[in-house]
Design a protein around this ligand. Structure first.
Ligand code: HEM
Length: 438
């Protein structure tokens, strides 16, 4: 049974559905350092600069983290609040302009709009200029190509399992795609250069990054160009999936949506009061987000690592070197061994009145099983920003609009039915939005 075992395996690959496996695999512990990334999954393509994702050597990786961490700290995110609020305001204003939204309500593919918001934010924080998605109600061509390149990367890795078939790659990737890749790399270079030429101290990611052409204390320019593109991909795909999936569960659980809506509307007397600091203190909003992260992990099948020379132990199992291992976040997050009614959307399981109540069905839930940002030295750098975005966009949405299930094909989407190519292949998802009457 998929959800009842501790692990599932292929000949030299094993996925764990146990919460102790998180730290055994991904953290530096007294017993052993975090298991490394493998060349097969994460090796840098020949001739390309290192990035935070493909710096396999822990020392090189640490150099990236040291250079980048300050731009992603809690205090950096606080200083970026005006930028987040600006795009949240644009998001609400554009939705308000939709025909019918101020009357009986209108059907909206909300995934698309969350995408516009997240890409504009990350463009601005990453490059100093948004992608103008909200303004144009269109995805920038670069953004449209992101999922395709992630899918292509997943397929390329699959082919690397069969080195004798690698020649297929040359045939499988059309010239058009290769040309597009070059154009997009060039676009990132141009955008970073424009940002570096701005005489400004704006509080974005780039202003914190130290440049060092020797690649000792900071990043080289080539590494910065390549890393800026990574941030755009890692920072947008993920957040859009979580906020869209959470909304999917909310509209299908109208009573939970009603509690969230009441909490937000009761806490504030006008929209300007909805600040990041205030949102941190809303229990139900934060519980909704935790439950969304449990059920809608953007990389639900996990992050591969390799057992180091000499072998290593995970959850009490000793494994030989070169075994591919990972935690399977969805397998673990939806396991009845870890959660009461694991397929049900219950924000309550994160509220202290339930977690501390011996009689609550959620008392025995293993909340440490949910590690959507991973753990250890390579845990997500964008965790604080993600929480800020998720809280802000959900709160401002329910503050302004009454939301309900749409009776369209896209409105019936079951979030868990979507395919995964490392990340979830998001389908359109319709909701009905109606401007709140005050
Ligand atoms: C809900 C949203 C997000 C989730 C669930 C998420 C999840 C993750 C996970 C699980 C990892 C570890 C990857 C691995 O070990 O292979 C990771 C790494 C990373 N994430 Fe996120 N992420 C989110 C949002 C963001 C945002 C907003 C940014 C940037 C603006 C970001 C940037 C990164 C980067 C640069 C890494 C690589 C870190 C390293 O290797 O040291 N992520 N993320």
């Amino acid at each position: 049974n998929y959800f009842c075992t501790d692990y599932f395996r292929a000949p030299n690959e094993i996925s764990f559905a146990r919460s102790d496996a998180w730290h055994d695999i991904y953290s530096n512990t007294n017993r052993s350092p975090a298991f490394p990334k493998s060349k097969l999954w994460h090796g840098a393509p020949p001739g390309r600069p290192l990035t935070i994702l493909n710096a396999l050597d822990p020392k090189e990786h640490m150099r990236f983290r040291k250079a980048m961490d300050p731009g992603f700290s809690e205090s950096a995110i606080r200083s970026q609040e005006a930028i987040l609020q600006k795009y949240a305001t644009a998001f609400i204003s554009r939705l308000e302009e939709l025909p019918g939204v101020k009357g009986d309500g209108t059907v909206v593919n909300i995934v698309r709009w969350f995408g516009f918001f997240a890409f504009d934010v990350i463009g601005d924080l990453g490059f100093g200029e948004s992608f103008d998605c909200l303004q144009s109600s269109e995805f920038h061509p670069w953004v449209s190509m992101i999922f395709n390149s992630l899918r292509a990367a997943t397929l390329v890795v699959s082919l690397r399992y069969y080195p004798q078939l690698l020649w297929l790659l040359r045939l499988a990737i059309p010239k058009r795609v290769l040309k597009m890749q070059v154009e997009h790399q060039q676009m990132a270079v141009d955008k970073v250069n424009r940002r570096l030429n701005l005489e400004t101290q704006r509080p974005d990611f780039i202003s914190h990054i130290k440049l060092d052409e020797k690649g000792k204390q900071g990043l080289t320019l080539a590494e910065l160009y390549a890393t800026a593109s990574i941030i755009i991909v890692a920072g947008s795909e993920t957040t859009v999936t979580v906020v869209s999936g959470t909304t999917n569960h909310l509209v299908k659980n109208a009573e939970k949506l009603a509690i969230l809506t009441s909490e937000v509307r009761a806490r504030f007397s006008n929209e300007n009061e909805i600040t990041l600091a205030a949102l941190r203190e809303l229990p139900y909003l934060n519980a909704v987000i935790q439950e969304g992260l449990r059920m809608c992990n953007p990389a639900p099948v996990g992050l591969p690592r390799i057992v180091p020379p000499g072998g290593g132990s995970i959850s009490g199992y000793f494994l030989p070197e070169n075994t591919f291992v990972n935690v399977h976040p969805l397998g673990l997050g939806l396991s009845p061994n870890s959660f009461f009614d694991p397929k049900g959307f219950h924000p309550e399981r994160w509220l202290s009145e339930y977690t501390k109540d011996l009689k609550s069905p959620f008392f025995t839930d293993d909340r440490s099983a949910v590690q959507p940002f991973s753990v250890g030295p390579r845990a997500c750098i964008g965790k604080s920003l993600s929480y800020a975005e998720l809280r802000l966009i959900l709160a401002r949405l329910v503050w302004n609009f009454d939301m309900s299930e749409a009776d369209t094909d896209a409105g019936k989407l079951k979030w868990e039915d979507q395919r995964v190519f490392t990340v979830v292949e998001r389908k359109p998802f319709d909701v009905i939005l109606k401007r709140r009457k005050v």
